[in-house]
Structures are given as C-alpha cells and as structure tokens.
Design a protein around this ligand. Structure first.
Ligand code: PA5
Length: 445
C-alpha cells in the first residue's frame, strides 16, 4: 500500500550504513511492544488501529450523524494533536472547492482553538451568525487556553443562536475521562462526550475520536480509514523483516542522514490537498524528537508552489537538508491540456497530456535536480488519496516516529518544552496561582 524508496539517498550514504541500524531498530521496536522505552506510559496508540471496536466506531458514526443532521457548519475546536490529524485527513480527502458551493452533502468543517487571534475569532463568530452550527470541543487536558477561549465564545454563541436544548445536542466534547474544565463542562451541560485515553498523547490520537469524529462528520468512511491503518500496523510490525518494513527503513535512514549532518528534513508534497498532512507530520516529529538539544528539524513545503520560493534554498542553500517526498500515484480526476490553434502561450507541446503527467515530470525533475544539488531524497509512494491510504500513511508516520525517537535517544512521547511559553503567558496575564512568576517576569521587562 505504501512503499518507501531510499535509492536516491545512496549517493550520500550506503545501504550498509543503513543496514547497520537493524539491531538498534529491532531493539526499539521491541521496546515499543514490550513497553520498556522512555515514555512507556504513552504507548496506547501503538495498537489503536487493530484494537478499536465496532461498538466504538458505531458510537462515533451515530454522533457524527446527529451533527450532520443538525448542522450546516461544525467547528472543530482544538490545537496541536487535538486538531491537526482531523484537518490533515479531511483536507486530503475533500474537494478543494465544495465548501464554497451552495449544494453540500456534509457540514462545512471549520477550525478554532488553534490560535488566539482576535480577528480570526471575530470573523469566525461573524461567519457563524446566520448558520446552524455545532462544535466538537477537543482537549485532552481540558485546560488548553487557546481551545478553552474559543470554546467559551462558541458555546455562548451556539446557545444564544440555537437555544440551550439544541446546543446541548450539537456540542460534543472529546477530553479526559475525569480531569479538566472540558470534562467538567461536558458533564454539567450533559454533552455527548468521548474519552481520550490517558495512554495516548495528543499527536498520536488521530485514530481515537479526536480524529475519527470530525472525519466522520465531514462524510468520510472511518471504517476504511481504520482498515488502512490496520494494514499498516501489520506491515510495520516486528515480524516484517527490516528491509521490507517501511517504518523501520524510514527511521533508520533519517537517523543515518542526521548522524552525517543532515539536520533538517523537508517533507514535500506535489498535491495541495496534502498541506495539512505536512502540518500534522511537522507536529508529530517536532514534538516527539526536538528535545535534549537534539532532533532533526521538521520542515515542509508544497510543490510545485514552493519551488518558486523555497526551491532556491533547497537547490543551493546550506547542505544540511534531506527531503522526504510523499508521491501520490493516481489522481482522482482526468483533465487533459487542450490544444490551441494560435499557441500563443507555446504550450501546444503539452496538448493531449494529462495535467498529472506534467506534475509527475515536475516531481521527477525536482528530485533529480535536488539530488544533483546535494540533497538526499526519500520517496514515499501511496497509490491514491483515499480513506485507507491516508489511514495507512498516518499510522506509518506514527510508528516510524516512535522508532526514530528511540534511536535518537529521547523520550518521543512527552513535550516538556511546550510548557515554557504557557508559564510566561500566564504570568504576564496575572493568572491566579502565578503571582510570584508575575513579579519575576515583570522585573525582566
Ligand atoms: O501532542 C500533544 O500532546 C500536544 O500537541 C497537544 O495535543 C496540544 O498541546 C493540545 O493539548 P490538549 O489536547 O490538552 O488541549
């Protein structure tokens, strides 16, 4: 379903050097399986695909149906791992323009709680003014400021616009079983709620209701999504030999390149629908590996768009980068370049060709140019954009991330560094409990 090609790295490193990681990769896989790695209290994601039950999926689908029946717009409120997975899948599978059209088969999904922009929130509330809207409030801790702030506004607007009874029906909470303000509110208001298991970290939660509910509301088949992940769980399991296991090979190759001074990995797509897969991947790898003064810096570009911006840097800038390209083999639609009798634009040499053929030649040409320019290139090929291929792709990245973080020698499942800005922000805003910190930070200003 997914294939990984590392041939275009071999001018920079060798098959032998990558193969030398095999024992360490095997040990990392065993540590994940046996729960003996750092962060072993957050390994609940490892077998999520194969352990989710029919009942859980049916409950999610039934809740999605309530939102679909009663809402024109559903706001997914969440940040980081509590929204990027859903957005990655929904944008990968959606028609780029449907949401602008009048005739829709599913509620429009919009996002909130992932920034603190007054303009964004004002414009969102204006947009929602004449709409039948619902909210999926997603926060594992239930206390994240960005999400809580957006939810406060959305809850009030929903109740004011739709009445308390309907608001109770169209607001769904996905949060901790017992802790946090989101849980307290959900229980007090009687919202339908789902639990984010303690043992699943936010960025590994796309195969829980965190990802599955918004994906189902948007009209996509979560059974197929999970099935794709199940297949990948098998493919990337311990019983698959090293060289046939894409997660093992990806983790080994990127660590070998990092050891050789390739400090930045750029995830590349040639399809704008994958923009948020890139964003999800950046969070997954950035939060998992960037610690203890170590870690590959995860960057991302959308080609060919960014060939006209970042392309220069990638071709000729500092040679500390490698690229991982997600290549989609088959597109969904057919569109040929028309012939033009005047040929004023000089494009008749392309007449009759599929647009995707032009895109594929851009992809190949870019790969050859960047490799010639000193950029090792990994290529992940997926057959098409579908629920099952995206489910497989995301699980592949998750398990490869777990293995890779262990190879790097960090705890891939915590994110202590995220707290620093929050502590400063709370001190600056005089949050109760931060009195001493407030004084200290004021003295620094
Ligand atoms: O991956 C993570 O754990 C984080 O990105 C969280 O998902 C993010 O900080 C949001 O946290 P919460 O779900 O508690 O609101």
């Amino acid at each position: 379903m997914i294939s990984l090609n590392i041939e275009k790295c071999l001018g920079f490193t060798s098959k032998e050097a990558i193969k030398a990681w095999e024992p360490k990769v095997k040990a990392a896989q065993e540590a994940l399986e046996n729960g003996t790695c750092l962060g072993n209290d957050f390994l609940g994601w490892l077998h999520l695909p194969s352990s989710i039950t029919k009942e859980e999926l049916n409950d999610i689908k039934a809740t999605a149906q309530v939102l679909r029946d009663n809402c024109e717009v559903v706001v997914v409120a969440g940040i980081g791992g509590s929204y990027l997975g859903a957005r990655a899948v929904i944008e990968a599978l959606s028609n780029s323009f449907t949401w602008l059209q009048d005739k829709k088969t599913a509620p429009v999904i919009v996002y909130a709680g992932h920034n603190i922009s007054e303009d964004y929130l004002y414009e969102l509330t204006e947009f929602l003014k004449d709409k039948k809207f619902g909210v999926i409030n997603i926060s594992k801790s239930g206390t994240t400021t960005e999400t809580a702030l957006a939810f406060r506004l959305l809850k009030k607007q929903c109740e004011d616009q739709r009445g308390k009874e309907m608001a109770q029906k169209v607001i769904v909470a996905i949060t901790d079983a017992s802790k946090g303000a989101a849980r307290i509110t959900a229980d007090k208001e009687g919202y339908k709620s789902f639990i984010i298991p303690d043992i699943v970290g936010g960025r590994f939660s796309v195969l829980t209701p965190v990802g599955l509910l918004p994906i189902a509301v948007a009209g996509f088949d979560i059974d197929k999504f999970v099935a794709g992940a199940v297949e990948m769980e098998k493919t990337c399991g311990l019983s698959t030999p090293f060289e046939e296991n894409p997660a093992a090979m990806y983790a080994a190759t990127r660590n070998e390149l990092y050891k050789d001074g390739k400090k930045i990995e750029i995830l590349v797509n040639f399809n704008p629908k994958l923009h948020y897969v890139n964003e999800w991947w950046k969070q997954l790898y950035g939060e998992s590996e960037g610690k203890d003064n170590k870690g590959i810096f995860p960057a991302a570009v959308d080609f060919s768009t960014d060939l006209h911006s970042m392309g220069q840097w990638i071709q000729e800038g500092e040679r500390t980068i490698f690229e991982t390209v997600i290549s989609v083999d088959q597109v969904d639609h057919k569109l040929e370049v028309p012939s033009d009798k005047d040929n004023l634009d000089g494009l008749n040499y392309l007449a009759g060709k599929r647009i995707d053929e032009v895109n594929k030649m851009a992809e190949l040409g870019t790969q050859l140019a960047h490799v010639d320019g000193g950029v090792p290139n990994l290529r992940i090929v997926i057959p098409s954009l579908s629920e099952s291929t995206i489910g497989g792709l995301l699980y592949f990245f998750e398990i490869a991330c777990g293995i890779s973080g262990i190879l790097l020698g960090v705890n891939p499942f915590n994110q202590p560094g995220v707290e620093a800005y929050k502590a400063n922000m709370f001190a600056l805003l005089n949050k109760p409990g931060y009195e001493e910190a407030s004084k200290a930070i004021q003295a620094k200003l």
